[in-house]
Write a protein that binds this ligand. Structure first.
Ligand code: SAM
Length: 335
């Protein structure tokens, strides 16, 4: 049975994620003017080890690049786009997009997480002018549901438990916010591990059905999705990583059911996605980060244990895919 403690340990993983991001920004790997506003006492937070910084850098670069490609695809299709981040935690992606080159393409951005997490984030947004100004005029920002939800013109922050049957909460939380007629990207960044494979699958299936129900088949709607997760944990190193998490009381009911990088796209192909692909972070670092960037980041900090870095990066993967409901030439080019 679920205990409050176990859920508290899951929510705590958001602090780890945001502190790693903050460290990566402070050490010069990434730029993010918003992250410090989401971390209490940000200036006093210690840097994380180089291995964590590099991993966070590669993870962030990979997802940023895929999200940018999705936004560019929407621009070519002359469509504005919707993004739903499931288990968004303290992520700053909305603010980075809304102040970036593709801001006008973004129609709606929805973040879902446990109510404790959304309450804290809503408070941080209200307290920080740098965050709230991006949401538009103050009159357009409303806090609701006892402080657990926040709505603005484009950005919506909503409480939920993603383990519940999707039809029991998604229609009432996002049904009125998302339109199935616009291309929509789902982000599952380090979240599926905390729920059963059945619950993960049910979430993806709900979105597929919601979008398939669009009344006008000529509207070019499409569903994209990106999953970031640990995988291949059956080997010796994977067991060490699992034990490390378990020792912190984090239970992992959804430890990736896909043992190899080749099997990861099954997450999406089983829902009849038009295509899907996966890369480990090691592959991304070695093949997709430009030599000049690699050179730049290698000068930031000393990393002694390249072998250990590779072992860790081999156990994390990005899987992405898209399902187009109307065949379109350009829709194939989301990588
Ligand atoms: N996606 C963010 C990122 O990558 O920075 C946060 C990742 S953090 C490791 C996992 C997040 O998923 C936490 O904020 C946690 O509260 C949320 N989460 C886990 N299980 C959840 C559930 N059943 N319902 C809602 N949120 C959940």
């Amino acid at each position: 049975e679920r205990s409050q403690d176990a859920d508290g340990a899951i929510r705590q993983t958001d602090s780890d994620a945001i502190l790693a991001r903050l460290s990566t920004v402070k050490q010069g790997y990434l730029e993010d003017p918003f992250v410090a506003h989401l971390v209490p006492r940000a200036q006093f937070q210690p840097a994380r080890p180089p291995l964590i910084n590099i991993g966070t850098y590669v993870r962030s670069k990979s997802i940023d690049s895929l999200v940018d490609q999705w936004l560019e695809y929407c621009e070519r299709e002359q469509k504005s786009c919707q993004i739903v981040s499931l288990g968004a935690g303290s992520d700053t992606r909305f603010w980075r997009i809304a102040t970036g080159a593709h801001a006008d393409t973004l129609k709606t951005y929805v973040e879902l997480d446990f109510p404790d997490v959304t309450t804290k984030k809503a408070m941080a947004i209200r307290k920080s002018k740098d965050l709230s100004v991006v949401l538009g005029p103050p009159d357009n920002i409303t806090i609701s549901q006892g402080g657990t939800a926040l709505h603005s013109t484009k950005y919506h922050l909503l409480p939920c438990d993603l383990r519940l049957p999707p039809s029991s909460f998604l229609p009432s939380t996002i049904g009125g916010i998302l339109s199935p007629s616009f291309p929509t990207l789902l982000l599952f960044e380090c979240v599926l591990v905390y729920m059963s494979p059945e619950a993960s699958s049910a979430l993806i299936e709900w979105f597929v059905n919601h979008f398939a129900s669009t009344p006008d088949p000529s509207d070019g709607s499409a569903l994209g999705a990106i999953v970031y997760e640990m995988f291949g944990l059956q080997d010796a190193f994977g067991q060490v990583m699992m034990n490390n998490l378990r020792s912190r009381n984090v239970s992992l009911p959804g430890a990736s059911p896909y043992p190899t990088v080749e099997s990861l796209p099954t997450r999406f192909t089983q829902h009849k996605f038009t295509f899907s692909n996966a890369l480990t972070l090691r592959e991304v670092r070695e093949k997709y980060i430009s030599p000049s960037e690699l050179e730049r980041i290698s000068n930031l900090e000393m990393l002694d244990e390249v072998e250990e870095l590779n072992l860790v990066l081999e156990h994390y993967a990005i899987t992405w895919g898209a399902k187009t409901f109307v065949p379109s030439e350009t829709s194939r080019s989301f990588l």
